[in-house]
Every structure is written in structure tokens, then in C-alpha cells.
Design a protein around this ligand. Structure first.
Ligand code: CO8
Length: 259
């Protein structure tokens, strides 16, 4: 890809590691950063040698939100006509699993970005919050929608209505927003380890799992269960299902070929 201004990109084995890198602004998510992020994630999604993605920031900030200075003078008509920040949702179209490795601030759009990922690992100093109301606006990328599913109504209301009740890493884990709390200096490595584990499982089956779980947010239970069962049926069309089950029966490790 062309030179990146706001991101660092490296690959570790079958894992793509994307680091938000706008240190002077605590990784505030300006338009340029998000355009790059969408491009890089799409490239990783299309790259057959990559099976999973880790998204991280710095030790001080995953991301301190949308760029307030960039948006402060915008008006309603512009926002509406241009569908301002509509492109943020492209992340949710990435088909490979994305693990967010969060250290420091995950505020506003930063918290929303983490919630668009599939798994969140938090460093012990991470802080999650939706301070938008203090700026005279509301969360615009899932803070009122995904957060409630992760932490329940009372906490989501308290966070979004006050803008100043943030969740520490431990509180976020207890509430179910994050799956693990780790020492800050190992959170990225642990996320990469988990991503590598996932990346070495059957790629098509991994994508089916992500697809099926995400459907649970969109459709009623009976339709979700049918969707899940059909995907389950279809795994039997893969070589990887044959290999996985044969390996179990033969008491050996499966060698998935992603087809
Ligand atoms: N936007 C722009 N610049 C920022 C942002 C931001 N969100 N956050 C921090 N910065 C900048 C600061 O302005 C400062 O720059 P400078 O050195 O030029 O003054 C630099 O980063 C360092 O920040 P601080 O000096 O403030 O650092 P502190 O350690 O004192 O404070 C905080 C850290 C508490 C994180 C503080 O920076 C802060 O409160 N930031 C704003 C947090 C916030 O309100 N986030 C929500 C933004 S709104 C939003 O995300 C809406 C999302 C809607 C998405 C809709 C999609 C459809």
C-alpha cells in the first residue's frame, strides 16, 4: 500500500497488526485516519495470507474519539448530505475477525471503534467512555446501540447521559464489554496470539462463526437459529470439516487448508 500517514501496519504470521498512530492528538479519528484505516482493513481482508486482524493504538490512547477540532464548525445540512462519518461503518463489513487491543483512552468514537471490533482485550489502564454529551452532541457510531448490548441499559444510560462515568478495564470486563484484562505491555502480544490461533483455524468456518454471531444482533432468535443451522450444514461442504473431524478421531492435530 502507499505510504501511511496515520497508521502503522505490520504482519505477524497470519495476523495483520494495525496501529493507530496519531500520537499528538491521542489518535483522534480524523477523516484522513479513517480513510486509511478502511483501506488497510480492506487490503488485509482481501489478503489470502492473513486470517485475522489486531487493531491497537498507543499505550496512552486507543483513540480519544472523533476529531473534535475537525468537526466543530460543520453544519447539519453538510452532515446530512455527505452522510458525515457514514464510512465508519465499513469496518463492520470486514469479514475476518478483528481483535481490538485497547490501552489508555477509548472515548467517544474510540470506544465505538473498539465495539465495532469482534473481541476486545484491554490493558489494565484502559478507560472506556462516551463523553459526547459534554460536547453538546451524542454518540454517532454505536455508542447508544452497541454499548447497551455489551453492558446493559443502566450502565449505557449512565455513561451516555453523564458523559463522565467511564468504565475502567476491570469494570468493562465485569460488564462484558471486554473479554480480558491484561498488563498494558502485553495486551497487543496477547491479542496477536489469539488472532494467530484463530487465523490457523479454517478460514471459511471462522468467517461463518463471525457471520452467525453478528446475525444475532440483527434478526430474531428463530431466524438466527435457522441461519446458524444452515451455516453449520454448509461447513460439511468444506475439506476443513473433514480434516478437523478426522484429526479428532485419529487423535492428531488438524491441519486446516482453508477450503
Ligand atoms: N479531537 C481532537 N483532538 C483531540 C481529541 C479529540 N477527540 N482528543 C484529544 N485531542 C488532542 C488535544 O486537543 C491535545 O492537542 P493539543 O496538544 O494540540 O492541545 C492532544 O490531543 C492531547 O490531549 P490533552 O492535552 O487533552 O490530553 P489530556 O491527557 O489532558 O486529556 C483526554 C486526555 C481526557 C482524553 C482529553 O484529551 C479529552 O477529553 N479528549 C476528548 C475526548 C472526547 O470528548 N471524545 C469524544 C469526541 S466526539 C466523538 O467521538 C463523536 C463520535 C461520533 C462518531 C459518529 C460516526 C458516524
Amino acid at each position: 500500500s502507499p505510504k501511511l500517514e496515520y497508521l502503522l501496519l505490520e504482519t505477524r504470521g497470519r495476523v495483520g497488526l494495525v496501529t493507530l498512530h496519531r500520537p499528538k492528538a491521542l489518535n483522534a479519528l480524523c477523516n484522513g485516519l479513517f480513510v486509511e484505516l478502511n483501506q488497510v482493513l480492506k487490503e488485509l481482508d482481501d489478503n489470502k495470507d492473513i486470517g485475522a486482524i489486531v487493531l491497537t493504538g498507543s499505550e496512552r490512547a486507543f483513540a480519544a474519539g472523533a476529531d473534535i477540532k475537525e468537526m466543530k464548525d460543520r453544519n447539519f445540512i453538510e452532515n446530512y448530505l455527505e452522510d458525515f462519518l457514514g464510512h465508519w461503518t465499513q469496518i463492520t463489513k470486514i469479514r475476518k475477525p478483528i481483535i481490538a487491543a485497547v490501552n489508555g483512552f477509548a472515548l467517544g468514537g474510540g470506544c465505538e471503534l473498539a465495539m465495532m471490533c469482534d473481541i476486545i482485550y484491554a490493558g489494565d489502564k484502559a478507560l472506556f467512555g462516551q463523553p459526547e454529551i459534554k460536547l453538546g452532541t451524542i454518540p454517532g457510531a454505536g455508542g447508544t446501540q452497541r454499548l447497551i448490548k455489551a453492558v446493559g441499559k443502566s450502565k449505557a444510560m449512565e455513561m451516555c447521559l453523564t458523559g463522565s462515568v467511564n468504565l475502567t478495564a476491570e469494570e468493562a470486563e465485569r460488564a462484558g464489554l471486554v473479554s480480558k484484562v491484561l498488563p498494558a505491555d502485553v495486551v497487543v502480544d496477547e491479542a496477536v496470539k489469539t488472532a494467530e490461533k484463530i487465523a490457523n483455524l479454517s478460514q471459511p468456518v471462522v468467517q461463518m462463526v463471525k457471520d452467525a454471531i453478528n446475525q444475532s444482533f440483527e434478526i430474531p432468535l428463530s431466524a438466527g437459529l435457522t441461519f446458524e443451522r444452515r451455516l453449520f450444514h454448509s461447513t460439511f461442504a468444506t475439506k476443513d470439516q473433514k480434516e478437523g473431524m478426522a484429526a479428532f478421531a485419529e487423535k492428531r492435530k488438524a491441519n486446516f487448508t482453508h477450503n
